[in-house]
Design a protein around this ligand. Structure first.
Ligand code: SIN
Ligand code: CO
Length: 398
């Protein structure tokens, strides 16, 4: 397996009907279905090939830097795996990777599934597949997960707080979906499995077929014979969680920036009620927070940095400064976005303006820049690109 980035693919045209979305244009799909209602697409990717072979997938699950899970349903799989770590009374067992090949059940044993997260970070064909979905902002993209299931394998009826495209890439899987009327989960199970799943629709997906599901739709996919499914997942920020992350990041950046503002209470009188919080201290805390909120630029910087923060297991291999006369392409692991004033990459931000800003935005949108653009780059932009090349964030374009 090679780690060379795949040839860059231009983002899909947003107004052209495409088989990927069942003959809708990306624009029409976003208007009619995105975050609104599911869509089953027969032959979304005709002639699709699994981005990875089964044996390679099992090998990937052995790696420390790859997030993987093994889910076994012993009542389907038989007594052979009874007593495994993480097994709940309902019979489901969950094991987190790295997973040695010998710890996987036999292929012939029904009812088990191996899930590997972030395939796009490791497998060029998966990175390429993901490019087709770049009609959705990168800020929303999470990753491409792949699952391999033995006959009858699945993860049980559940819901995700994600938008997801479930693309069947090998074998057949029966999907049942329904609105989420009751979000209660089965107790004492190591997975989040709904206890009252009410399916409304059911389809068997063949290779190339795809199902789009908005967040909070209940679904259950059961393999019919061994199969592989790709999940292209889009993260959906939760308000309180995002506020916490943005405020922490912003506050860290302000730390040490300018004079420290200490609370002052020279007017504090002697108190007979020492347990009572002084009103002045409450006001001071409120003002400190208001001060943060009055700086939208600072908040935007913090947001962009959070959105591009590499995932925990991601690391970059150091590279060389760029040779002359080459274009550049971003490493598949690099996350890059921009706003009106700044560009963000891998958790850092730069203020940019003028021509450099235009080139950097093109780099973010296309994930590559041609040799002519790089050769005409300003010294500041060239220095930045060289630095990113040395950090392994981008590479000479093929
Ligand atoms: C799977 O591929 O088995 C599960 C994907 C999902 O339901 O989110
Ligand atoms: Co799901």
């Amino acid at each position: 397996m090679t780690n060379l980035p795949p040839k860059p693919v231009a983002p899909p045209p947003i107004d052209e009907p495409t088989p990927l979305l069942g003959g809708l244009s990306p624009q029409a799909f976003m208007r009619r279905h995105w975050q609104k209602k599911p869509l089953l697409i027969r032959q979304a990717v005709p002639g699709v090939r699994a981005p990875i072979e089964r044996a390679e997938l099992f090998a990937l699950a052995e790696q420390e830097d790859v997030e993987s899970r093994l889910i076994v349903q012993p009542q389907v799989g038989g007594a052979a795996v009874a007593g495994k770590r993480g097994q709940g009374p309902q019979g489901w067992s969950l094991q987190h990777g790295p997973l040695a090949r010998r710890s996987l059940p036999p292929l012939k044993q029904p009812g088990w599934t191996l899930l590997v997260q972030g395939l796009d970070l490791h497998v060029p064909a998966a990175t390429e597949l993901l490019q087709r979905f770049r009609f959705v902002p990168d800020a929303r993209l999470d990753d491409l997960m792949i699952s391999w299931a033995s006959d009858q394998g699945g993860v049980g009826p559940h819901y995700d707080s994600y938008d997801v495209f479930l693309l069947q890439v090998q074998g057949r899987r029966r999907w049942r979906i329904g609105r989420l009327h009751d979000d209660r989960l089965q107790p004492d199970v190591p997975l989040k499995i709904l206890s009252h799943f009410e399916p409304e629709q059911e389809w068997v997906l063949e290779p190339g077929d795809m199902l789009y599901l908005p967040p909070m739709w209940a679904h259950d996919g059961i393999a019919e014979g061994e199969c592989m499914t790709c999940s292209i997942g889009f993260r959906v920020p939760e308000a309180t969680e995002l506020a916490r992350e943005v405020l922490i990041r912003f506050a860290e950046e302000l730390d040490g920036d300018g004079p420290r503002r200490l609370y002052k209470d020279p007017g504090q009188l002697a108190t007979a009620t020492p347990g009572l919080i002084p009103e002045g201290l409450e006001a001071f805390a409120a003002q400190a927070i208001e001060r943060l909120l009055k700086d939208p630029q600072g908040l935007r910087s913090a947001l962009g940095e959070i959105l591009t923060e590499p995932k925990p297991r991601v690391w970059f291999e150091a590279g060389e400064p760029l040779p002359d006369g080459v274009g550049v392409q971003l490493d598949p692991r690099t996350r890059m976005v921009y706003d009106g004033q700044r560009v963000f990459a891998n958790g850092e931000s730069w203020r940019t303006a003028g021509r450099d800003a235009r080139h950097l935005r093109t780099l973010a949108d296309q994930r590559w820049l041609d040799a002519a653009t790089v050769s005409k780059a300003s010294p500041a932009l060239r220095e930045l690109l060289d630095q990113w090349a040395e950090d392994g964030w981008l590479h000479p374009a093929r």
